[in-house]
Write a protein that binds this ligand. Sequence first.
Ligand SMILES: [Zn+2]
Length: 266
Amino acid sequence: MKLKDEFPRLLSLSTEKEVSLECVVQRKEGVGGWHLNFRRSLRSWEEVEVVRLYTLLAEVPPLRPTIPDSLRWLRSSSGKFTVAAVRKWLAAHHGPKLMIPTLLWGNVAPPKVQFLGWLIWKGRVKTTDFLQRIGVLNSSVSNVCPFCKAEPESLNHIFLMCRGIWESWTELLNWWDVKWVLPTAVVDLLHWWMGFKGKKIIMNIWNLVPMAMFWYIWKIRNDCIFNGGQPNLKELSESVKWRVALWAKSNLPALVTSSICSAAGI
Ligand SMILES: [Zn+2]
């Protein structure tokens, strides 16, 4: 709480707006009580405000004149400001949402793939329902999913909920020997993905999987929409494994390369 906000009238009447707290406290100790100077006699309700101010000041901890005045970062026990302390505080208040950019950008996939992941996370990828919503396509255009041709094409459907897609996610997770409960939204999938724990070299590979999956799904979807291609989702998970292996081979140390390549059968 700031006293200037709590007592705006007293501040406007004060003739000592720039005087330091130390100076006022020293005067208090000299005369035996608070003494504030105003530019005119106070009205009765202003006197009440002064009494309220003094009552409030009586409740605050005593000043310690031997300790120099300084800024203190209340979010860390040491009182020192550090980036790590800010991050810790943000993580506590914003939870996994804060961590998703680390998943999307902190991997060795090509930048265009990372960018697609970011668009998907933000719900800005141009699915048919999105284009209709922003008025680029009119509502008479068919928005049926190009994979199952049964449900409307939405972000969560084509990247997660469409049958052939979630079966591919499940196959990939079987590859990792991980069981899961199908999330209902891509954002939830990313949160869940971030919860996986492992050694750093393992995490480098793990974080590539959704990147490659998103990339291939979008590639197949566009081929269906724009080239009249037929979706072949049966090979999707194998294609993703290959792509992860190739990205790892290009960008990660030899130790990782050999293990991932043997796992992918390359
Ligand atoms: Zn579908």
